[in-house]
Design a protein around this ligand. Structure first.
Ligand SMILES: Cc1cc2nc3c(=O)[nH]c(=O)nc-3n(C[C@H](O)[C@H](O)[C@H](O)COP(=O)(O)O)c2cc1C
Length: 184
Protein backbone atom coordinates (compact mmCIF):
# COMPACT_ATOMS: atom_id res chain seq x y z
CA UNK A 1 0.00 0.00 0.00
CA UNK A 2 1.43 3.38 -0.95
CA UNK A 3 2.29 5.72 1.91
CA UNK A 4 1.35 8.90 0.11
CA UNK A 5 -1.93 9.84 -1.50
CA UNK A 6 -2.23 12.14 -4.47
CA UNK A 7 -5.50 14.08 -4.79
CA UNK A 8 -6.53 16.01 -7.90
CA UNK A 9 -8.65 18.99 -6.87
CA UNK A 10 -11.20 20.44 -9.29
CA UNK A 11 -12.95 23.68 -8.37
CA UNK A 12 -16.10 24.15 -10.42
CA UNK A 13 -16.08 27.95 -10.15
CA UNK A 14 -13.89 30.13 -12.33
CA UNK A 15 -14.41 33.34 -10.42
CA UNK A 16 -11.65 34.87 -8.30
CA UNK A 17 -13.74 35.36 -5.15
CA UNK A 18 -15.30 31.90 -5.32
CA UNK A 19 -16.76 30.68 -2.04
CA UNK A 20 -16.25 27.13 -3.24
CA UNK A 21 -12.52 27.84 -3.56
CA UNK A 22 -12.53 29.02 0.07
CA UNK A 23 -14.11 25.78 1.26
CA UNK A 24 -11.74 23.77 -0.94
CA UNK A 25 -8.79 25.61 0.59
CA UNK A 26 -10.05 24.77 4.06
CA UNK A 27 -10.48 21.08 3.20
CA UNK A 28 -6.99 20.94 1.68
CA UNK A 29 -5.54 22.64 4.77
CA UNK A 30 -6.92 19.81 6.90
CA UNK A 31 -5.38 16.96 4.89
CA UNK A 32 -2.60 15.05 6.63
CA UNK A 33 0.99 15.47 5.44
CA UNK A 34 0.95 12.27 3.41
CA UNK A 35 -2.00 13.49 1.31
CA UNK A 36 -1.08 16.00 -1.39
CA UNK A 37 -3.70 17.95 -3.32
CA UNK A 38 -2.92 19.48 -6.70
CA UNK A 39 -5.42 21.64 -8.52
CA UNK A 40 -6.59 20.66 -11.97
CA UNK A 41 -7.00 24.06 -13.60
CA UNK A 42 -10.03 24.16 -15.87
CA UNK A 43 -10.38 27.81 -16.94
CA UNK A 44 -8.21 27.48 -20.05
CA UNK A 45 -9.80 24.32 -21.45
CA UNK A 46 -11.39 24.73 -24.90
CA UNK A 47 -15.00 23.58 -24.98
CA UNK A 48 -14.91 19.85 -25.67
CA UNK A 49 -15.47 18.88 -29.27
CA UNK A 50 -15.27 15.28 -30.45
CA UNK A 51 -13.38 16.48 -33.53
CA UNK A 52 -10.45 17.12 -31.19
CA UNK A 53 -10.15 13.44 -30.29
CA UNK A 54 -7.51 12.83 -32.95
CA UNK A 55 -5.67 16.09 -32.27
CA UNK A 56 -3.12 17.02 -29.62
CA UNK A 57 -4.38 19.70 -27.27
CA UNK A 58 -1.88 20.38 -24.51
CA UNK A 59 -4.44 21.52 -21.93
CA UNK A 60 -6.55 18.39 -22.58
CA UNK A 61 -3.47 16.16 -22.16
CA UNK A 62 -2.59 17.98 -18.93
CA UNK A 63 -5.94 17.45 -17.23
CA UNK A 64 -6.32 13.88 -18.46
CA UNK A 65 -2.90 13.03 -17.03
CA UNK A 66 -3.55 14.79 -13.73
CA UNK A 67 -6.79 12.89 -13.22
CA UNK A 68 -5.32 9.59 -14.42
CA UNK A 69 -2.35 9.85 -12.06
CA UNK A 70 -4.43 10.84 -9.02
CA UNK A 71 -5.42 8.35 -6.32
CA UNK A 72 -8.62 10.33 -5.91
CA UNK A 73 -10.36 13.39 -7.30
CA UNK A 74 -12.05 15.97 -5.08
CA UNK A 75 -14.60 18.23 -6.79
CA UNK A 76 -15.76 21.36 -4.96
CA UNK A 77 -18.34 23.18 -6.97
CA UNK A 78 -21.22 25.62 -7.13
CA UNK A 79 -24.53 24.99 -8.83
CA UNK A 80 -25.43 26.91 -11.97
CA UNK A 81 -29.09 26.88 -12.94
CA UNK A 82 -29.74 23.71 -10.96
CA UNK A 83 -26.91 21.72 -12.47
CA UNK A 84 -23.12 21.67 -12.46
CA UNK A 85 -21.29 24.64 -14.02
CA UNK A 86 -20.40 24.26 -17.70
CA UNK A 87 -16.67 24.49 -16.96
CA UNK A 88 -16.91 21.49 -14.65
CA UNK A 89 -18.94 19.47 -17.12
CA UNK A 90 -16.36 20.37 -19.75
CA UNK A 91 -13.44 18.82 -17.85
CA UNK A 92 -15.55 15.76 -17.03
CA UNK A 93 -16.28 15.31 -20.74
CA UNK A 94 -12.67 15.96 -21.80
CA UNK A 95 -11.37 13.35 -19.36
CA UNK A 96 -13.99 10.83 -20.54
CA UNK A 97 -12.72 10.76 -24.11
CA UNK A 98 -11.49 9.58 -26.61
CA UNK A 99 -13.86 6.62 -26.52
CA UNK A 100 -12.48 3.78 -24.39
CA UNK A 101 -9.70 6.01 -23.07
CA UNK A 102 -11.68 7.59 -20.24
CA UNK A 103 -9.58 8.32 -17.17
CA UNK A 104 -12.67 8.23 -14.91
CA UNK A 105 -13.07 4.44 -15.02
CA UNK A 106 -12.59 3.15 -11.45
CA UNK A 107 -11.41 6.58 -10.26
CA UNK A 108 -12.27 7.55 -6.70
CA UNK A 109 -14.26 10.78 -6.75
CA UNK A 110 -15.79 12.89 -3.98
CA UNK A 111 -17.93 15.99 -4.41
CA UNK A 112 -18.70 18.95 -2.16
CA UNK A 113 -21.03 21.77 -3.15
CA UNK A 114 -21.64 25.20 -1.65
CA UNK A 115 -24.13 27.94 -2.37
CA UNK A 116 -25.43 31.09 -0.69
CA UNK A 117 -28.87 29.60 -1.35
CA UNK A 118 -30.95 27.26 0.76
CA UNK A 119 -30.25 24.04 -1.10
CA UNK A 120 -26.47 24.25 -0.99
CA UNK A 121 -25.92 23.37 -4.64
CA UNK A 122 -27.30 19.88 -4.02
CA UNK A 123 -28.61 19.47 -7.57
CA UNK A 124 -25.11 20.14 -8.88
CA UNK A 125 -23.62 17.52 -6.57
CA UNK A 126 -26.23 14.97 -7.58
CA UNK A 127 -25.55 15.64 -11.26
CA UNK A 128 -21.82 15.07 -10.69
CA UNK A 129 -22.74 11.76 -9.06
CA UNK A 130 -24.95 10.89 -12.04
CA UNK A 131 -22.15 11.49 -14.56
CA UNK A 132 -19.66 9.57 -12.42
CA UNK A 133 -22.00 6.59 -12.24
CA UNK A 134 -22.20 6.48 -16.03
CA UNK A 135 -18.40 6.76 -16.22
CA UNK A 136 -17.89 3.86 -13.75
CA UNK A 137 -16.02 6.03 -11.28
CA UNK A 138 -16.07 5.05 -7.59
CA UNK A 139 -18.09 7.80 -5.97
CA UNK A 140 -17.64 8.48 -2.27
CA UNK A 141 -21.19 7.91 -1.05
CA UNK A 142 -21.14 9.67 2.31
CA UNK A 143 -21.04 12.01 4.04
CA UNK A 144 -22.91 14.07 1.48
CA UNK A 145 -21.83 17.71 1.73
CA UNK A 146 -24.05 20.41 0.24
CA UNK A 147 -23.32 23.64 2.12
CA UNK A 148 -26.42 25.85 2.17
CA UNK A 149 -26.37 29.51 3.20
CA UNK A 150 -22.65 29.09 2.73
CA UNK A 151 -21.78 32.79 2.75
CA UNK A 152 -22.94 32.82 6.39
CA UNK A 153 -20.13 30.35 7.13
CA UNK A 154 -17.39 32.67 5.84
CA UNK A 155 -16.09 35.86 7.39
CA UNK A 156 -14.75 38.85 5.39
CA UNK A 157 -11.31 37.25 5.15
CA UNK A 158 -12.80 34.00 3.88
CA UNK A 159 -12.27 32.07 7.11
CA UNK A 160 -14.66 29.20 7.63
CA UNK A 161 -16.85 29.36 10.77
CA UNK A 162 -16.12 26.97 13.63
CA UNK A 163 -19.42 25.19 13.12
CA UNK A 164 -18.77 24.53 9.43
CA UNK A 165 -15.16 23.59 10.15
CA UNK A 166 -16.42 20.86 12.49
CA UNK A 167 -18.86 19.64 9.86
CA UNK A 168 -16.22 19.63 7.12
CA UNK A 169 -13.75 17.84 9.37
CA UNK A 170 -16.02 14.79 9.34
CA UNK A 171 -15.94 14.86 5.56
CA UNK A 172 -12.13 15.24 5.55
CA UNK A 173 -11.70 12.25 7.87
CA UNK A 174 -13.81 10.02 5.64
CA UNK A 175 -12.27 11.36 2.45
CA UNK A 176 -8.72 10.59 3.63
CA UNK A 177 -9.72 6.98 4.35
CA UNK A 178 -11.54 6.72 1.02
CA UNK A 179 -8.71 8.26 -1.02
CA UNK A 180 -5.92 6.28 0.62
CA UNK A 181 -7.60 2.90 0.84
CA UNK A 182 -6.26 0.83 -2.04
CA UNK A 183 -9.03 -1.74 -1.64
CA UNK A 184 -11.90 0.78 -1.54
C1 LIG B 1 -25.10 31.40 -13.96
C2 LIG B 1 -25.40 31.22 -12.51
C3 LIG B 1 -26.41 30.34 -12.13
C4 LIG B 1 -26.66 30.12 -10.77
N1 LIG B 1 -27.57 29.18 -10.43
C5 LIG B 1 -27.69 28.80 -9.15
C6 LIG B 1 -28.47 27.67 -8.78
O1 LIG B 1 -29.07 26.99 -9.59
N2 LIG B 1 -28.51 27.32 -7.47
C7 LIG B 1 -27.82 28.01 -6.50
O2 LIG B 1 -27.89 27.63 -5.34
N3 LIG B 1 -27.08 29.11 -6.82
C8 LIG B 1 -26.97 29.50 -8.11
N4 LIG B 1 -26.19 30.56 -8.47
C9 LIG B 1 -25.57 31.36 -7.40
C10 LIG B 1 -24.27 30.72 -6.96
O3 LIG B 1 -24.53 29.72 -6.00
C11 LIG B 1 -23.37 31.79 -6.33
O4 LIG B 1 -23.02 32.75 -7.31
C12 LIG B 1 -22.13 31.17 -5.72
O5 LIG B 1 -21.40 32.15 -5.03
C13 LIG B 1 -21.27 30.56 -6.80
O6 LIG B 1 -20.19 29.87 -6.22
P1 LIG B 1 -18.74 30.49 -6.25
O7 LIG B 1 -18.74 31.65 -5.27
O8 LIG B 1 -17.87 29.38 -5.79
O9 LIG B 1 -18.46 30.96 -7.64
C14 LIG B 1 -25.92 30.83 -9.79
C15 LIG B 1 -24.94 31.72 -10.19
C16 LIG B 1 -24.67 31.91 -11.53
C17 LIG B 1 -23.56 32.87 -11.92
Amino acid sequence: MSTSTNVALIIGSLRKASINRKFAEFIVSQLPDNVTATEVHIADLPLYNQDYDDQTIDSYDRVRKQIKDADAVLIVTPEHNRTMPAALKNVIDIASRPYKQSVWEGKKVAVVTASPGTYGGRASGLDVRKSMQMLSAQMMIRPEVYLGHATDSLDDEGNVSDRTQKFLQKFVNEFVIFAGNTSA
